[in-house]
Design a protein around this ligand. Sequence first.
Ligand code: THU
Length: 140
Amino acid sequence: MSGAAAEGGLLDAARAVKERAYAPYSEFRVGAALQSTDGRIFTGCNVENASYPVGLCAERAALGTAVASGARRFGLLAVASDAATPTPPCGMCRQALSEFGMELKIVSTSRDGVCVSWRLGDLLPAHFELQDRSGEGADG
Ligand code: THU
């Protein structure tokens, strides 16, 4: 499968899971699809809560499912929302994803299908890591 086809499939998965988002407070639905380097796809949506800070972003929901399934190496993350312009992952999600490598490509689509992509390391140039545990996320 070509890179563009793989990206299109992952964006479709992100758009599909966005429909399951639980976002009654913000009404901002987000879907995320994370592809591991062995080709598996893990999806997540935002899950809000009446106690607002308890809410979970789509990207971290997908990451949690991936790690629970044994995946730690990722090549591509697709994000879908109904925003007018494609949105990058929030700062907390950038830090969460950075645990597993800074080379991750992130592609985000707007409601109209406009796509923008970034490299995680460019979105978060200086991530926090515990000095004596560097690299453990992807390799351990
Ligand atoms: N949200 C995500 O799911 N991912 C992001 O990267 C940014 C924000 C969610 C959190 C909240 O449920 C809603 O979007 C509005 O902030």
